[in-house]
Design a protein around this ligand. Structure first.
Ligand code: SAH
Ligand code: AVI
Length: 329
C-alpha cells in the first residue's frame, strides 16, 4: 500500500516548527511556574530518556497498570478486532507501542492490518517505534505523527475504515477532566459511524496499591519525575539542578487522582532565558502530573460529554484496570 501522508510537513525543513514548539514550551512553562501552585505539563517528561524511563516503570513490580492492560488486550483483541473489522489503528500517545502489537496481531490475524498511525510528542522514540513495527509487520503502512494530542489530531487524508482509535495505558488520566473531554471530543469529531475508540483507564482502588505504583522502591519514578527538569534545561537552556528537587507522589481521594510533585530541597533561584528568575522556597513544590483514577460511571460521564457511549467494558479479576470501547452516542 502507498503512503497516505497528507501534509508536506515531513518533507520540509523542521526548524521553524522547532522554534514554534520552543516558544510554546516557554509560554507554558512561564504560565505554569508563575501560578500559586507551580505546575508543568506532563508531556515534558518525554524526551528519549523520559520515554525510556517510562518503559522501565512499566516493568516495575509495583506498577500494575501495564501488565494488567496487556493481559486484557491479549485476551480480548482476538475476539473484538474481527468483529469490528478494524483496518486502521490510530493510537494517541503510542510510546513503544508494545501493547499495541496485540491489536495489530489481531488485525493481521483477520487479514486486515492496513494502516497504523502512532501519534506521540516523543519524536526520536516514535521513529524507533515506527521502524520496529515496519520491520515486524511487512505490508502494514506505518505513518507516525509527532504531535501534541492536547492540541491537534494529525490524521492521514485517506484512511481505510473502519478505524480503531486507541488511547492506552491510562494516559487519559494525565489530563484534567475538561482537557480529557476536549481530547475525547476531538477524536469523536473524526469518527465515522463504524469507527470505535478503545480507552484504557486505571481504576479506583485501595490507595496503598496506587501510591506504591508511583513510589517504587528503586526510585525509577523519582528519576522520571526529575527528568522534566533535565528536559527544560536542554530545550530552554534553564539551569535547574535536578538533584535539588525530590520526588513526591500521593493519592488525592476527593479528586480520585495521584499527584506527582517535585519538592525544592532548599531556597533557590532558577534562571530560564527569556523569563524573570524563578524563586523556590525550601519545601515548595511543582506539580508535574496528575493521574486520575476512574470507575465505569466516571468514564461514562467523560464519554457522554464528548458524545460517546460505552459500548463494551472489560476489567481484570482484581478490577485494577479497565478497557472501554467507545462508540458514537
Ligand atoms: N501508550 C503507551 C505509552 C504511555 S506513556 C503505554 O500504554 O504504555 C504516555 C505516552 O504519551 C508517552 O509516549 C508520551 O510521549 C505521550 N504523550 C504524553 N503527552 C502527550 C501529548 N500531549 N501529546 C502526544 N503524546 C503525548
Ligand atoms: C503515562 N501515564 C499513564 C503514567 C501514569 O501512570 O499516569 C505516567 C506515570 N507517571 C508516573 N508513573 C507513570
Amino acid at each position: 500500500m502507498r503512503s497516505h501522508r497528507t501534509t508536506a510537513a515531513a518533507r520540509i525543513d523542521r526548524r521553524p516548527a522547532v522554534a514554534v514548539a520552543n516558544a510554546r514550551m516557554l509560554a507554558e512553562v512561564a504560565a505554569g511556574l508563575s501560578a500559586p501552585q507551580k505546575e508543568l505539563p506532563p508531556k515534558y517528561f518525554y524526551d528519549q530518556r523520559g520515554s525510556e524511563l517510562f518503559e522501565a516503570i512499566t516493568r516495575l513490580p509495583e506498577y500494575y497498570p501495564t501488565r494488567t492492560e496487556r493481559a486484557l488486550l491479549a485476551s480480548w483483541m482476538p475476539d473484538l478486532i474481527p468483529r469490528l473489522g478494524t483496518r486502521s489503528l490510530v493510537e494517541l500517545g503510542a510510546g513503544s507501542a508494545e501493547k499495541s502489537r496485540l491489536i495489530l496481531d489481531a488485525m493481521r490475524g483477520a487479514g486486515q492490518a492496513e494502516l497504523y498511525v502512532p501519534i506521540d510528542v516523543s519524536a526520536t522514540f516514535l521513529s524507533l517505534t515506527a521502524a520496529g513495527l515496519r520491520r515486524d509487520y511487512p505490508g502494514l503502512v506505518v505513518e507516525p505523527a509527532i504531535a501534541d494530542i492536547s492540541e491537534e489530531l494529525c490524521l492521514p487524508r485517506r484512511m481505510p475504515r473502519p478505524a480503531l482509535y486507541a488511547f492506552l495505558g491510562g494516559t487519559i488520566g494525565n489530563f484534567y477532566p475538561a482537557a480529557a473531554i476536549r481530547l475525547l471530543g476531538r477524536v469523536r469529531g473524526v469518527m465515522a459511524p463504524g469507527d470505535r475508540f478503545l480507552v484504557g483507564v486505571d481504576l479506583r482502588k485501595d490507595w496503598g496499591r496506587i501510591e506504591a505504583a508511583y513510589n517504587d522502591s528503586l526510585g525509577v519514578t523519582a528519576e522520571f519525575n526529575r527528568n522534566m527538569l533535565r528536559v527544560l534545561n536542554h530545550e530552554l537552556g534553564a539551569d535547574f539542578d535536578p538533584m535539588a528537587f525530590t520526588h513526591r507522589a500521593f493519592y488525592e481521594p476527593v479528586l480520585h487522582r495521584i499527584e506527582m510533585h517535585l519538592v525544592s530541597t532548599r531556597d533557590q533561584q532558577v534562571t530560564i532565558p527569556g523569563l524573570d528568575p524563578i524563586d523556590f522556597a525550601a519545601g515548595e513544590t511543582i506539580r508535574t502530573e496528575i493521574s486520575c483514577k476512574h470507575d465505569r460511571q466516571s468514564v461514562a460521564q467523560l464519554f457522554a460529554a464528548a458524545r460517546l457511549r460505552i459500548e463494551a467494558w472489560r476489567t481484570d479479576a482484581e478490577s485494577l484496570f479497565a478497557l472501554a470501547v467507545g462508540a458514537p452516542a
